[in-house]
Ligand binder design. Sequence first.
Ligand code: IPE
Ligand code: IPE
Ligand code: MG
Length: 232
Amino acid sequence: MDRIPEHVSIIMDGNGRWAAERGRERTFGHQEGAKSVRAVIEGCIREGVKYLSLYAFSEENWNRPQQEVSFLMDLMAREVADEMEEMLENRIRFRVLGNRGRLDPVLNAAITNLEEATAGNDRLTLILFLSYSGKWDILQAVKRLAAAKSPEEIEAMQIGDFDSWLVTAGIPDPDLIIRTSGELRISNYLLWQGAYSEFYFTDVCWPDFRMEQLHQALEEYARRDRRYGKVK
Ligand code: IPE
Ligand code: IPE
Ligand code: MG
């Protein structure tokens, strides 16, 4: 394919509705959604995408029923434990970004372990946004910045200088943001970083989003004209 995005980001949505359509519990949808994660990782490696980021759990998602939150956290912990070997084999670098302090300490430690073990990998960087929200990210950046810099230094800052205070420091902004399940909103995702992302919306629910659907999104991206406010 002609133009491959360097960074693909996905708002993985529609697990619950997908399950409900099949007369199953919402949790069944999350379980099947984990298979889509594997498929999309493989697809990104094949297509030559360098960064794949996935919105897995938002700050707002803590407000779901306790039973669903626990299920999602357990699923995450299982996946993190199971994927170690595969990630090392495939030279995937693993990162988790978000309000990590809200995660269970055991899960947090397992994540740190996997991040450290895969830190030297460079084929694909896989980023999971967990307990993340765009507004939270901007606020934590402002707080740390204000504590570390003098008013003069802050006054002299350029827009690009702010990037390094966000949790995504060092990661290129997403070229393409995909949202599944037909919802047409950003849901407090990468508000700063997505300023010039291309958006791709599909009615397909996340458990049905596999290699073929990823390929379609990448084909559509290749046809887009990214003007950044300029004229031809
Ligand atoms: C996405 O699917 C998974 C998470 C947000 C954790 P949903 O759970 O939001 O599924 P729907 O949107 O209710 O169908
Ligand atoms: C957005 O999905 C968050 C994730 C995919 C992790 P939601 O299902 O939580 O978003 P809303 O509530 O429909 O906006
Ligand atoms: Mg949803």
